[in-house]
Unconditional design. Structure first.
Lengths: 544, 257
């Protein structure tokens, strides 16, 4: 775009136009934030309905199993595709990646705006499922043959995936070119913020794997509406083909979420500990890129019980276990960054610290699921449900919230910290533990996931209690989270306009987004002088 | 710089904005998900027509604004689209790889190939050969057009660019002819696993040809008025060569292997 030219008429542009039609990466980032938080709110409401329905035996809240399925569909699809991925790779990457590398904008600003609009229209399409007859009712996974035979509107599910996928692919192209070509002069590859590395890695995954998901759901669309037989074994198709294509993307999608979340943690922890990143090169090359390298050859662990030959299951057990090595390297670097640091505890750091715990639990409970022998027992139970919620819902979302607190002064010029922030953090943290620990326990005893009722287990006792008691505890936990999240959202909105004013670099960070620009940065980011860094500069040069 | 009065603020920045992305996305939204939903899920031809029409108008308006802005405004870093497009093509390669692997899953999983229902003796092999010749020629004419532009010969560029569009259109015409012929022989998408893969893969490739033709026309219209941009032309022609190369993989696996 034309950032180096001034045009006389621009002062007269109304503010709504400059916001809504913006091609500026920071405003697009804010649009992603607003959109993804809205999706989080609606999908969170679905989660509350699901939990309330499970609180007691029998049907209380929903009116039919199909309606329960629709809620599950929206909760899963929106949380993953419209909250976590756009929140991390849309909002956080858009706003901060160009600032971190000293760029005035992304390489293709109009394509960036194109991506955010695809995202918004995808949310509209997903929200339409509440008003149309025959809403999609196929989870976020959309397995055939059910998704082909259902009277639900599978087409809207497919097109939602298409819009979001296209948005992410274009985002990937945009950000890869930006990082390769628009880094500040003098900035070498080993001087990038870890967050920049994790985002680049996430976008590489999106670029390569999303097309496979797009193909999978397109073939689903053709099967349902045009009469083809890709997933129909009775006419020479293969029903497992869908599961293979789907998880070939959707397992790497976990790392699309996980990696930027880890990147945010590195930024928070290094800044708040005033410490270098421990083992920077190990975190970047074997850590981040190790995950990228292995991510494409582990997807069969989602299909252990779908009827796979043993030798494939064995191979993927090995690769799945192997992925704990790069993850372990990253965890070691995170803890090592704390070592001998001068740690400041504020809301961002409390979220970051809680993430270290959530990652530990989520990671360790994943190991049994890597083993086919254990998965035969645990698959499709609420143990799995609790495990991936610890990684995706809790770890990644908490990292994102920590990032919002960390960068809040940058985006608004004001702090979001305060009593309300601290209190809502503890509500959220206690709430998630109360919600998901009981699900591990009853999942291990056979509580299936995705069921709206558990009548057939009413005589099963775990530690002297029926499943119902555990569900009650989990539902209370969900209520605690809901209160925490409402308070936190109020805090964000209130602080954005009336919060305590913050200086330009309130955390004394060494990263470019804090040191080289005002808060919030204006158009063109860095004023009149281009950013140049010298060869000894790093974003983590803290001389204690 | 637009005027002398502003020389004191050479680097004054302002918030950039554009209608184009919103129009293109809204157009695509109405043209694909909404129209498709009304036609297939809700059986309403009237709403399908209304939304498809609205979508087409918005899409065309968006693309024309976008092309106009692209030709008049200076990018942050000129020519960087020449790198962006190949990265995007990497993504396209993976979608074709997914389709090909699905095809081989069906083919190797079946009892006999081609399965029952396929016209005797398999598909006509002459048509894909002619189509290959046409598409390769169009890549050549496209390259000649680019050479002309490099030498500053805009009218020569326009001429060869139009030849390319005509060849691309003939290619699509052959696809339509072949499909009609096969449908007449009761070889329709739901016939068997082969027809499933055949219509999906050739259709998917044809949609890329169609998109390429749209891009050619988006270059041609301003070029006829004397306005063009080498990066834009280069991106469209690289995309076209990609579509050409993919055709070799489509034709060899679907018809000849």
């Amino acid at each position: 775009m034309n950032t180096h030219t001034t045009t006389a008429g621009h002062a007269a542009v109304p503010a709504w136009k400059e916001w809504l039609l913006t091609t500026d990466h920071k405003r697009i980032g804010i649009m992603y934030l607003v959109g993804s938080m809205a999706a989080f709110g609606v999908a969170g409401l679905m989660a509350l309905i699901i939990r309330a329905e499970q609180m007691e035996l029998g049907m209380q809240i929903v009116t039919s199993g199909t309606q329960y399925n629709s809620f599950l569909y929206f909760h899963g699809a929106a949380m993953i595709l419209a909250f976590l991925i756009p929140g991390l790779t849309g909002f956080a990457a858009n706003y901060f990646l160009p600032l971190m590398i000293g760029a005035r904008d992304v390489a293709f600003p109009r394509i960036n705006a194109f991506s955010v609009w695809l995202f918004f229209f995808a949310i509209i399409l997903a929200l339409l499922s509440f008003v149309i007859p025959d809403a999609p009712d196929i989870m976020w996974t959309g397995y055939p043959p059910y998704s082909v035979n259902t009277s639900g509107n599978t087409a809207f599910y497919v097109f939602t995936v298409h819009l979001l996928g296209f948005s992410s692919i274009l985002g990937a192209v945009n950000f890869l070119v930006t990082v390769i070509y628009l880094r500040a002069p003098g900035m070498g590859w080993n001087q990038l913020n870890i967050f920049v590395w994790t985002t680049v890695a996430a976008f590489v995954l999106q670029l390569v794997f999303i097309p496979v998901l797009a193909a999978a759901v397109t073939l689903l669309l053709f099967d349902k509406y045009l009469g083809t037989h890709f997933y129909d074994p009775s006419a020479g198709g293969d029903v497992l083909l869908y599961q293979n294509l789907f998880w070939f993307y959707s397992h790497p999608a976990v790392y699309v979420i996980f990696l930027p979340a880890v990147g945010i943690l590195f930024e928070i922890i290094a800044t708040m500990s005033k410490n270098r990143v421990f083992n920077y090169k190990a975190a970047v090359y074997p850590g981040i890129w190790g995950i990228v390298a292995i991510s494409g050859i582990v997807w069969i662990h989602h299909l252990y019980i779908s009827g796979m030959p043993d030798w494939i299951r064995l191979g993927h057990m090995v690769t799945t276990l192997l992925i704990s090595v790069p993850v372990g390297i990253l965890v070691l670097s995170l803890w090592g960054t704390l070592y001998k640091g001068a740690i400041t505890y504020n809301t961002a750091m409390m979220y970051a610290a809680s993430c270290l715990y959530l990652l530990l639990i989520g990671g360790l409970t994943g190991i049994p699921l890597a083993l086919p022998s254990m998965t035969l027992h645990l698959s499709e139970t609420s143990y799995v449900h609790a495990h991936f919620h610890f990684i995706m819902a809790l770890f990644s979302a908490f990292a994102l919230f920590g990032g919002i607190y960390y960068w809040f002064p940058k985006m608004t010029g004001r702090y979001a910290d305060g009593a309300l922030a601290t209190f809502s953090f503890w509500m959220n943290f206690i709430g998630v533990n109360v919600t998901f620990w009981p699900l591990f326990i009853i999942g291990k005893e056979g509580m299936p996931r995705r069921y709206w009722d558990y009548e057939m287990f009413k005589d099963v006792l775990v530690m002297g209690h029926p499943f119902e008691d555990f569900h009650k505890v989990a539902t209370v936990g969900a209520g605690i989270i809901a209160i925490g999240m409402i308070m936190q959202t109020y805090n964000f909105i209130h602080s954005a306009f009336k919060g305590k004013p913050a200086p330009t670099n309130p955390w004394n960070s060494r990263s470019l987004e804090w040191t080289h620009t005002v808060s919030p940065p204006g158009p063109g980011n860095f004023g009149d002088t281009d950013v140049v860094v010298d060869e000894n500069w790093t974003p983590y040069e803290y001389n204690k | 710089m637009t005027s002398d009065a502003e020389t004191a603020h050479v680097h004054e920045h302002h918030w950039e904005w554009s209608w184009a992305p919103l129009f293109v996305v809204a157009g695509t939204f109405f043209l694909l998900p909404i129209s498709f939903g009304f036609y297939f899920a809700y059986d309403s031809l009237m709403y399908t027509a209304i939304f498809a029409g609205l979508g087409t108008v918005l899409l065309l308006a968006g693309v024309s604004i976008w092309v106009n802005e692209g030709l008049t405004q200076t990018p942050l870093l000129a020519g960087v689209a020449n790198i962006g497009l190949p990265i995007f093509i990497l993504s396209e390669i993976f979608i074709f790889l997914s389709l090909f692997s699905s095809y081989w899953m069906l083919r190797l999983g079946g009892q006999s190939w081609p399965p029952e229902g396929t016209p005797d003796g398999g598909l006509e092999k002459g048509i894909p050969l002619i189509m290959t010749v046409i598409l390769v020629s169009s890549s050549v004419t496209c390259h000649i057009a680019e050479e002309k532009l490099d030498h500053g010969d805009l009218s020569g560029f326009n001429k060869w660019w139009i030849y390319t569009i005509i060849l691309g259109a003939i290619f699509l015409g052959f696809t339509v002819y072949e499909w009609q012929h096969l449908i007449h022989l009761d070889f329709i998408p739901s016939t068997n696993a082969y027809s499933t893969a055949f219509y999906t893969i050739t259709g998917f490739h044809a949609s890329h040809v169609l998109l390429g033709l749209g891009a050619f026309i988006a270059v041609l219209i301003p070029a006829l008025g004397g306005r063009t941009n080498k990066t834009f032309v280069n991106c469209v022609s690289v995309y076209w060569h990609f579509v050409d190369v993919v055709w070799f993989f489509v034709a060899s696996q679907i018809y000849f292997w």
